[in-house]
Design a protein. Sequence first.
Length: 193
Amino acid sequence: MPHPAGRKEAGRAKILASAGRGFRRHGFGGVGVDTLAQEAGVTSGAFYAHFKCKADAFRAAMGAGMRDLQQGVASFQERYGRSWRARFVEFYMGDRRTCDLGDSCALQSLSADVSRADDETRALFEGIFREILDGVAGGLEGRPRARRDEAIALLALLAGGVTLARAVSDSALSDEIGTAVRKAAAALARDAP
């Protein structure tokens, strides 16, 4: 008996969202298919009906997470115009630094796993990252090369800053890291030619 229209896509989306949270929370090596399926409320067989292996699910979850970042940048640019950058930095160093790790940004939480992943996963990450860079650079001022350099530095600073702030258990030190990164991000804008 065929499934109602959209049911398979909805099931995949549910598993993908849950897998994304699981990979961000535990890392690729820290979670298995059984746990990912259980957290999605499905059987392991249902998981494998959508993804042939854990690496495929990781690739899809990472891609979806990176697309979320891309859409987030575009949304901030559209909503806040010229002041998008400062607001994005505040959001990233605030909400993205303090939210549950399962809800964190894929750039920050999955990059280390991507660096150890297969060529297909790395290529997908790189392709989307290049698009994100183009989007960030497009919202900055200055010459094209300077905008691209600033976009790279900004994304690296934010992702690295959140990683460090999450790695320490002292909340005062985490806040100090957040403040320092905000200041450095503002200095990037001032120093841009």
